[in-house]
Design a protein. Structure first.
Length: 683
C-alpha cells in the first residue's frame, strides 16, 4: 500500500503515491471524446491568462534575450552596454570609453558621447526618455537611421535587458552642461531622474551595473580576463576610439596576465588585431592583406585583415562592432572574393592546377579578421551571433574583390607562392577523399600488391630492400640478380609523372605511382606512417645516363613532395650502376662515368695488351651477374643516401619548385645564373 500523511494538519489526509504504486493504481485513461467536457472548460478560464508587464518577461525567460543564464550570457550583459558606447564612437560622437571592473563585482562603462536624452518622452509624458529606454522593451534611437547610420543594437532590448537582469543599475548622463542621475533594480526605476548639478568639462553616459544573483546564481561574477579581451577587441574594431581599462587588483589571480590598467588605441585597426593574434607565426606571404572602404552610397563599409599560415584557419567577423561568432552572410562574401581573386590570378598566370580549388581550400589555413558596417543589419536571434543580411555578401565581395586583385598582381612571386599553397590544400583534400574511397573499397579485402612487383620472401621490414628500376628489361635482369629473401624489385615504365607541376587528380590517376605507393605500404603526406613501410631501404636504380638521371630526379621529387618523412628517416637511396665495362686480358673493372673511366685507364690498365671498353646502354643490357656484382650485392655496391641539407627548409622547397615546378622561366634563370661554371660542352 502507498504511504499516507496528514499534510494539512486538520485531520484531512492526502495520499502520496510512490511512482511504482502509481503505475499500478492509476485508473485507465478515459476515451477521448469529440467535444470537451464542461468540467474541462471550466478549469481553463480568463483568470488563467497571465499578462507579463514591463521587463518581467525578461526575468522569467532570460534565455530568449541573452541565450541563457550561464557565464557566456552573463558576459553578454557587458557586451550590450559597451556596444552602446561603441555606437556613439562609430557615429563620430565619442572619442574614448572607460571600462572599470570593481571589487564588488559591478562594471562601469563611461563614454564621452552625446548622452542618453533625459527630456520627457512625448508618448510617456510622466517619464524621461532615459527611464523609457531603461524600463521598456523595444525602445531606443536605433530604429531610425537618422540617429545612427550604423549601429549594433537594432532590436531595442539591449540596455533594458541589462536593467532587468541586474541587481543594481545606475546611470549618469552629462548633457547640455548638466549632470543627471537615476537608479534602477531588476527592471524597475528605484528613483526619479535627478538633476545633480552643472558640469562644464564632461559629457556622455556612465552606466554602472551588477548582475542579479537571483538570475545567474550565487557567486556568479565577471571574469577579468574575459572582459579584458572583449574590451581590447572593441578598440581594434574602430581605430578612432581610445578605450581605457581598469580592474580592481584583488579580482586578478596571481598567475593571470590580465593587467589592472591598460589603454587601447589601434589606428591600424584589424591589421594590428591580426598581427597580435598570429604573434610569431610564419606566414605564407610576407605581408598581411589588409584594407578598408568607406561607406559607399550609404549601403555599408568593410574592413579586413587576412593572412595565410601553416596552421588551422580561423575567421573573426563583426557587424557594426558586434562579434558574429557563427559567421553569416558577410563571411560568405569574404570567401567568394578570395576564391574568385585567386582563380583569376591563376588564369592570368597560366596555372591550370588551380581549377580544382574551392573556398574550403582557400580558407583552410587562412586567418582573417572582417568587420562590416551596414544599415539596419538582421541577425539570427537576439544574441546576434550570426548575420543574415543578404546585402552584406555583396558589400564585402565588392569591397575586397578589386583590392585583392591588385594586391596579387603587385607582388607576383608572393602571389604565386600563395596560389601554390592553396593548390596544395586542394590536392590534400582530394587525396583524403580518394583515400577514404580506397579504404571503403578495400576494407574487406586483403592487401593487394602490384602485379609487376617481385616481392622478397621475408616479411619483416628490417634488412629488406626494394629496387625501383626503369623498364621491364632492366626489371627482368634485376629480378634474376636479386637476393630473393631480402630484395624486391618493382619495374616502372619510362618517366613517371612530375608531381611538382601536376594536380592531385592526375597523381591519383597515375597507375605507376599508385603501384609504387601500394608496394611501399605507406600513406602520403599527413597520412604517412613510417611503421607501415614494408622495406628498410627504398633504392632508386636507373640507367647511368642523362635519361636515367632525369627519372631519378622525378622519383626523388615524388618522395620529397609526398613522403618527406621517409627521406628524413634515411630510407631513400640511389644505386650507382656503372656506365662502362673495362677489360684487359683477365682483368675487368667497371667505371661509373667518364671521369671514373679516365681515372681507371690511367691507374689500373697500364700493362701490355688491348684494353676493351664497353658502354652500357642501360641496365637491361647488363647480364644478371654483372648487375648483381656492380649494383645489387651489398658487399660490393655503392649506394648514395638521399637527404635534405641542414638549414632553412624553405631553401630546399624553392630549389625543388624552381627546377621541377611548372614555371619554365625559373629553370631558364637557373641555367643563366650557373652558365659561368660550364667549362666545356661536348656536342
Amino acid at each position: 500500500m502507498a504511504e499516507t500523511d496528514d499534510l494539512f494538519g486538520s485531520g484531512a489526509t492526502a495520499r502520496v503515491i510512490k511512482p511504482e504504486t502509481a503505475l499500478r493504481e492509476a485508473p485507465a485513461a478515459p476515451r477521448r471524446s469529440a467535444s470537451p467536457t464542461p468540467s474541462a472548460e471550466a478549469s481553463y478560464s480568463a483568470a488563467d491568462i497571465e499578462v507579463l508587464e514591463g521587463l518581467e518577461p525578461v526575468r522569467r525567460r532570460p534565455g530568449m534575450y541573452i541565450g541563457g543564464t550561464d557565464e557566456k550570457a552573463l558576459h553578454h550583459l557587458f557586451a550590450e552596454v559597451i556596444d552602446n558606447s561603441m555606437d556613439e564612437a562609430v557615429a563620430g560622437h565619442a572619442t574614448f570609453i572607460d571600462v572599470e571592473l570593481s571589487a564588488d563585482g559591478s562594471v562601469t562603462v563611461t563614454d564621452n558621447g552625446r548622452g542618453i536624452p533625459v527630456d520627457p518622452h512625448p508618448k510617456f509624458k510622466d517619464k524621461s526618455a532615459l527611464e523609457v529606454i531603461m524600463t521598456t522593451l523595444h525602445s531606443g534611437g536605433k530604429f531610425d537611421s537618422k540617429v545612427y547610420e550604423t549601429s549594433g543594437g537594432l532590436h531595442g532590448v539591449g540596455i533594458s535587458v541589462v536593467n532587468a537582469l541586474s541587481e543594481i543599475l545606475e546611470v549618469e548622463v552629462a548633457r547640455g552642461k548638466r549632470l543627471y542621475r537615476q537608479t534602477f533594480s531588476r527592471g524597475h526605476a528605484t528613483s526619479k531622474l535627478e538633476a545633480v548639478g552643472e558640469v562644464h568639462n564632461r559629457r556622455g553616459t556612465k552606466t554602472r551595473f551588477k548582475p542579479d544573483e537571483q538570475i545567474f546564481g550565487v557567486g556568479a561574477h565577471f571574469r577579468p580576463e574575459r572582459l579584458f579581451a572583449m574590451t581590447r577587441s572593441k578598440a581594434y574594431l574602430f581605430g578612432g576610439v581610445e578605450i581605457r581599462w581598469t580592474c580592481a587588483p584583488e579580482l586578478i589571480k596571481p598567475d593571470a596576465a590580465t593587467p589592472t590598467t591598460a589603454v587601447f588605441h589601434f589606428p591600424a585597426g584589424l591589421k594590428d588585431f591580426l598581427a597580435a593574434e598570429l604573434g610569431n607565426e610564419k606566414m605564407v606571404t610576407s605581408q598581411i592583406f589588409a584594407g578598408r572602404t568607406d561607406k559607399a552610397s550609404g549601403h555599408g563599409a568593410a574592413e579586413w585583415a587576412i593572412a595565410w599560415y601553416p596552421g588551422d584557419g580561423f575567421v573573426r567577423s563583426y557587424c557594426n562592432t558586434i562579434p558574429t561568432a557563427e559567421g553569416g552572410t558577410h563571411e560568405q562574401g569574404l570567401r567568394m572574393a578570395l576564391l574568385r581573386g585567386l582563380k583569376s590570378y591563376a588564369e592570368l598566370s597560366g596555372n591550370k592546377r588551380a581549377s580544382a580549388i574551392t573556398a574550403e581550400d582557400v580558407m583552410t589555413s587562412c586567418a582573417a579578421m572582417l568587420s562590416v558596417f551596414v544599415r539596419e543589419p538582421e541577425f539570427v536571434g537576439q544574441t546576434k551571433d550570426k548575420l543574415s543580411t543578404a546585402e552584406a555578401t555583396r558589400i564585402v565581395e565588392k569591397a575586397i574583390g578589386d583590392p585583392f586583385d591588385h594586391w596579387l598582381t603587385a607582388a607576383p612571386q608572393e602571389a604565386s607562392r600563395l596560389l601554390d599553397w592553396v593548390i596544395e590544400r586542394a590536392e590534400e583534400r582530394l587525396r583524403r577523399r580518394q583515400e577514404k574511397e580506397v579504404n571503403r573499397k578495400s576494407a574487406v579485402r586483403k592487401l593487394r600488391l602490384p602485379g609487376k612487383l617481385a616481392d622478397c620472401s621475408q616479411t619483416a621490414a628490417q634488412g629488406s630492400e626494394i629496387f625501383i628500376v626503369e623498364g621491364d628489361s632492366a626489371g627482368g635482369s634485376a629480378k634474376q640478380a636479386r637476393n630473393r629473401a631480402s630484395q624486391a624489385v618493382l619495374p616502372l615504365r619510362g618517366k613517371i609523372l612530375n608531381v611538382a607541376n601536376a594536380g592531385r587528380e592526375k597523381l591519383a590517376q597515375n597507375q605507376q605511382l599508385t603501384d609504387l605507393m601500394q608496394a611501399l605500404g605507406v600513406g602520403a603526406r599527413n597520412h604517412y606512417r613510417d611503421d607501415d613501410l614494408r622495406y628498410d631501404k627504398v633504392i632508386i636504380m636507373t640507367d647511368a645516363d642523362v635519361d636515367g638521371a632525369h627519372i631519378a630526379s622525378l622519383l626523388i621529387t615524388f618522395f620529397y613532395r609526398e613522403m618527406p618523412e621517409m627521406i628524413d628517416k634515411g630510407h631513400l637511396y640511389l644505386a650507382v650502376p656503372p656506365l662502362y665495362r673495362i677489360s684487359q686480358g683477365g682483368k675487368t673493372l667497371y667505371a661509373r662515368d667518364d671521369k671514373h673511366k679516365e681515372e681507371l685507364l690511367g691507374t689500373e690498365f697500364k700493362g701490355k695488351g688491348k684494353v676493351e671498353i664497353g658502354r652500357f646502354k642501360g641496365l637491361g643490357e647488363m647480364l644478371p651477374g654483372q648487375l648483381k656484382e656492380t649494383t645489387m650485392e651489398p658487399s660490393k655496391r655503392t649506394l648514395l643516401r638521399v637527404g635534405i641539407t641542414d638549414g632553412d627548409i624553405s631553401v630546399t622547397q624553392d630549389v625543388v619548385e624552381q627546377l621541377m615546378g611548372n614555371r619554365p622561366e625559373e629553370r631558364f634563370r637557373f641555367i643563366q645564373e650557373r652558365a659561368v661554371f660550364v667549362k666545356e660542352l661536348d656536342i
